[in-house]
Design a protein around this ligand. Structure first.
Ligand code: GYE
Length: 322
C-alpha cells in the first residue's frame, strides 16, 4: 500500500510539473527590444505609438528605448538588448554610418534584427532579416515633380526659381535620399536652383531658426523644400515673422503628410506634402511573429504612399490617422 501511494505521488508530481511547463511555454511572451531614434517630429511620435500599440495588441513584451537623436544612446540600447537576450531587435538607425561593430555583436549573439524606417551603410543585406520603410529617393522625386508641374500650371516654368532647402538630420538616410531625389528632377530644369541649403535636424525649432537665417540673407526666395513637415511648419513661422505669406509669397513643400501639414494647407499656408507613412507597427509585429515562427521574409517592404497638394487637403484632413 505504502509503495503504491508513493508511486501515485511521484506520478502526480510529474504530471503537475509537466502541465506547469506546458502552461509556461504557452504563456512565454516574445520579448522585443526596439531602439528608436527619438521624438524629433510628429512623424516619429506617430511611429512610436504605432509600434507600442501593435506590440501591446499582440501580447509582445516591448523594451522600448528613445535614443534622443543620439547615436551613442542607440548603441548602448542595442548592447543592453544583447545582454538581456531579447528574442528580436528592432532598430531605426539615426544616421547611416558607424554601426558596424554593434551590428556584428548582434549578429554574433544570433539575435534577429529588423530595420524599421531607416537603413545603414553596411554592405550587403545579410546582417538583418527584413527592412520596412519608405523609398526616400522617390519621395524627393515626387516633391520635385510636383514643383515642376505647379510652376507650369502657374505659367512660371520659364522663370528663374530660387529654392531654399531644409535638410533632415545630417548623414541620415531620408536626408541624403530626399535631397538626391529632388536634385534628380532639378537636373532636368536648369532654371530651378537650390540657392541655400542647411540642416534643420528634422525639428520644428531648427526649421524656424534656419529659415530665419535664410531670409536674413536678403536674397529672393521662391520655394522652400523641407525634408519634413515639422521643419516646414517651423519655417512657416519665420516667414510670417518676416512679414511674408507662407504658401503664396513662398511656395512650401514638405514631406510626411502629418496632420499639422494638412491644417497649414487648409489655411493656405503650405502647398504640398509628400506622404511618408509612420504607421509601421502592424507590419513590424507581423515580421516579429514570422521570425519567431521560423518563416522567411522579404528583405525590403516599401510603404505605399501618395502626394497631397493644397487643393485636396480640406477633403482628406479628417481621414488622416497621424
Ligand atoms: O520623415 C521625419 C522623421 O525617418 C522617415 O524621420 C523618417 C523621418 C521623417 O523625423 O519627420
Amino acid at each position: 500500500m505504502k509503495q503504491k501511494c508513493a508511486l501515485l505521488l511521484v506520478l502526480v508530481s510529474v504530471l503537475v510539473v509537466a502541465f506547469g511547463c506546458a502552461a509556461f511555454a504557452a504563456e512565454k511572451k516574445i520579448v522585443v527590444g526596439f531602439a528608436q531614434i527619438g521624438a524629433e517630429s510628429d512623424w516619429r511620435v506617430a511611429n512610436t505609438n504605432s509600434i507600442i500599440k501593435a506590440c501591446e495588441e499582440a501580447g509582445i513584451e516591448l523594451r522600448f528605448v528613445d535614443g534622443q537623436q543620439k547615436q551613442e544612446n542607440q548603441i548602448k540600447a542595442l548592447r543592453d538588448f544583447i545582454t538581456q537576450g531579447v528574442d528580436v531587435i528592432g532598430f531605426a538607425p539615426v544616421v547611416e554610418s558607424g554601426w558596424d561593430e554593434v551590428i556584428e555583436e548582434i549578429n554574433d549573439a544570433g539575435i534577429p534584427l529588423i530595420l524599421s524606417d531607416r537603413t545603414t551603410d553596411i554592405e550587403g543585406t545579410d546582417y538583418y532579416v527584413t527592412w520596412m520603410g519608405s523609398n526616400f529617393i522617390e519621395e524627393g522625386e515626387k516633391a520635385g515633380n510636383w514643383l515642376v508641374e505647379y510652376l507650369a500650371k502657374n505659367g512660371r516654368d520659364k522663370d528663374q526659381i530660387n529654392i531654399v532647402e531644409l535638410q533632415g538630420t545630417v548623414g541620415s538616410g531620408p536626408a541624403i535620399d530626399r535631397k538626391k531625389g529632388f536634385e534628380n528632377i532639378l537636373a532636368k530644369h536648369p532654371n530651378l536652383k537650390i540657392t541655400q541649403s542647411q540642416t534643420g535636424d528634422f525639428t520644428r525649432d531648427l526649421g524656424r531658426t534656419v529659415m530665419e537665417s535664410f531670409l536674413k540673407k536678403g536674397e529672393k526666395i521662391d520655394v522652400l523644400y523641407a525634408h519634413n513637415d515639422d521643419m516646414a511648419l517651423g519655417a512657416s513661422q519665420a516667414i510670417k515673422e518676416a512679414g511674408l505669406k507662407p504658401g503664396s509669397d513662398i511656395i512650401i513643400i514638405g514631406v510626411d503628410a502629418v496632420k499639422g501639414a494638412f491644417e497649414a494647407m487648409v489655411a493656405g499656408e503650405m502647398n504640398v506634402t509628400v506622404e511618408c507613412s509612420p504607421l509601421l507597427g502592424p507590419q513590424f509585429v507581423e515580421a516579429v511573429k514570422k521570425i519567431v515562427a521560423g518563416e522567411s521574409l522579404p528583405k525590403i517592404t516599401y510603404s505605399i504612399e501618395g502626394v497631397y497638394p493644397q487643393e485636396v487637403a480640406k477633403d482628406v484632413i479628417d481621414s488622416r490617422q497621424y
